[in-house]
Design a protein around this ligand. Structure first.
Ligand code: SF4
Length: 226
């Protein structure tokens, strides 16, 4: 029964949700230029509230550090990635395969924090070119595209630009972890339980907080997917 599942606040939980993170955001020097993109807020969030699974798709498929840059290229056969000046540097197949393997090996993942604008990790933020090098718009990197097929919560570093963002993200991860423990038949009652609690959390003007709104939106997705 869903009532037997206790919802723990992130600060006190012992079973932290497993969340993947682009390695460069956590300070690993794995970027093409040999540097990182350390993000102190994200690092602290993972340290305090989440079980961390660090991932760098490009180094995982054997691209060294430092390495030539790669770009997302729109082709007749879909989105690929190669080096515009040297098309022989083409890890498209390897990155797609790595994405599939990564999520098969980590079925416990409830969410992923990705580096924006990367041809591997960017989530709807990465410049997309044609083979002549002209930008066609924005798209998701090859690893992020695979992540989006897995149904995990996906954000990039730009999500963490407000004080409430970390709390909101933690809450959503715990919510997702809790949902996975439920029988399908119990989802609806569990969902209503949280929505009633959100109703009690209205402010003096009768509106939901930003956190409440985000949680409610997440609950609504469960209503349509389960
Ligand atoms: S953005 Fe992704 S692929 Fe690029 S260095 Fe960071 S973790 Fe590695």
């Amino acid at each position: 029964m869903w009532q037997s599942v206790l919802f723990f606040l992130p600060d006190t939980a012992s079973n932290k949700p497993a969340v993947a993170c682009s390695a460069c955001l956590l300070g690993h020097k794995v970027r093409y230029d040999g540097n990182d993109k350390y993000h102190a807020t994200i690092h602290k969030l993972f340290e305090q509230s989440l079980e961390t699974i660090t991932v760098c798709p490009e180094t995982a498929v054997g691209l060294g550090t430092p390495r030539p840059t790669i770009q997302l290229i729109k082709t007749d056969a879909g989105v690929h990635t190669w080096n515009l000046e040297n098309p022989d540097i083409n890890p498209t197949t390897a990155l797609k395969q790595f994405g599939k393997t990564f999520f098969t090996e980590h079925p416990q993942l409830v969410a992923i924090v990705l580096k924006a604008r990367s041809p591997s990790c960017g989530y709807q933020t990465t410049p997309l070119f044609n083979a002549a090098g002209q930008q066609q718009g924005l798209a998701s990197g090859l690893f992020a595209t695979e992540a989006s097929r897995q149904g995990v919560l996906m954000v990039d570093e730009n999500y963490f630009d407000s004080p409430v963002a970390c709390r909101e993200f933690s809450f959503l991860c715990y919510l997702e972890q809790e949902r996975r423990q439920l029988e399908k038949a119990d989802i609806k009652a569990w969902q209503q339980h949280y929505q009633q609690r959100l109703g009690l959390a209205l402010d003096a003007q009768g509106t939901l907080s930003a956190l409440g709104t985000a949680v409610n939106q997440r609950l609504e997705t469960y209503a349509t997917t389960d």
